[in-house]
Design a protein around this ligand. Structure first.
Ligand SMILES: Cc1cc2nc3c(=O)[nH]c(=O)nc-3n(C[C@H](O)[C@H](O)[C@H](O)COP(=O)(O)OP(=O)(O)OC[C@H]3O[C@@H](n4cnc5c(N)ncnc54)[C@H](O)[C@@H]3O)c2cc1C
Ligand code: FES
Length: 257
């Protein structure tokens, strides 16, 4: 993990609150693996803590980040212009493992779709189906549907209000289909529902957890902990998502009801 000054290649609005930030950052890009994240530092020194953002794509010396503006940091990054410089640290954490299964699903909810984009490029096209859940049609602007269609076998989209694709959640479009492997990232209710589904059907799965992080992966604040099962026993222990994850084996992770 290194700190590096990244140069902004482009920063494009995808929807009213989501933008795609392309950064020239050769040192970090060289070591970046699918599913890892970077810590992005604010210029405004009032916000000392870096903001963790998933690596959405790794294109040579460039990293692509998909960011939703929700607060001070992510609103500051929205204003970055071409050739601006910004400090980032990374790559951080453990990413996805690439499998060779026959029936693979990528399941993304909201901005959790971001880390699945690079993953789609690395999995066997003929085995991989994509299931994306968003709130409304406007959000189609950031889900990279065309790229997923090019890289995978099929793409299904669900919107909560029914304005695009199927009305409902991503669980509704998964239906009763059975997979050998599921990769997922998205809001907690989605991951909880998916955890029940993979446990019930004994499906292998990896979840990328986007817990809140205080120290951005320095390992000092413990704000990011999640419950991880100890072996096959009933016991569990807290693990830091910033170092143990963000990608975890779905069988190991325990969510509170
Ligand atoms: C491993 C990881 C990967 C992430 N990847 C992405 C990504 O690819 N794209 C993206 O847009 N965001 C991603 N996030 C979430 C992102 O880090 C937060 O939205 C960001 O730190 C908020 O900073 P802020 O200064 O804009 O908001 P703040 O002003 O700090 O907070 C604004 C609001 O956002 C809430 N918030 C802060 N962190 C989170 C979080 N982790 N989850 C949900 N709500 C939060 C706060 O409670 C508050 O209500 C990721 C988080 C983690 C831990
Ligand atoms: S974010 Fe501080 S210990 Fe994980």
């Amino acid at each position: 993990m290194i700190r590096e000054v990244a140069k902004v290649v482009s920063n494009n609005e995808c929807t009213s609150d989501v933008y795609e930030l392309k950064l020239l950052v050769p040192g970090i890009a060289k070591d970046a693996k699918v599913g890892q994240f970077v810590n992005v530092y604010c210029k405004n020194q009032v916000n000392l803590l870096p903001r963790p953002i998933s690596i959405s794509e790794i294109n040579g010396d460039e990293l692509v980040l998909l960011c939703r503006a929700v607060g001070v940091g992510t609103n500051e990054f929205r204003d970055l212009k071409e050739n601006d410089e910004i400090v980032i640290m990374g790559p951080v954490g453990h990413g996805f493992t690439i499998c060779n299964e026959q029936r693979i699903a990528l399941v993304g909810g909201g901005i959790g779709i971001a880390p699945l984009v690079e993953l789609a490029k690395l999995l066997p096209k003929e085995s991989t189906s994509v299931y994306l859940g968003i709130g409304k049609k406007e959000e189609v602007g950031f889900i990279k549907e065309e790229l997923f269609r090019k890289e995978c076998m099929g793409v299904k989209v669900a919107t909560m209000d029914g304005t695009y694709g199927t009305k409902g959640t991503v669980m509704d479009i998964l239906g009763d289909e059975i997979f050998d492997m599921i990769y997922a990232c998205g809001p907690l209710p989605m991951l909880k529902a998916l955890k029940k589904y993979v446990d019930k059907n004994n499906i292998k799965a990896e979840f990328s957890l986007e817990e809140r992080m205080g120290c951005g992966g320095l390992g000092t604040c413990l704000s990011c902990v999640c419950k991880i099962k100890v072996g096959d026993s009933e016991k569990w222990e807290y693990k830091k998502v910033c170092s143990y994850g963000p990608v975890v084996d779905a069988k190991e992770v325990l969510f509170d009801e």
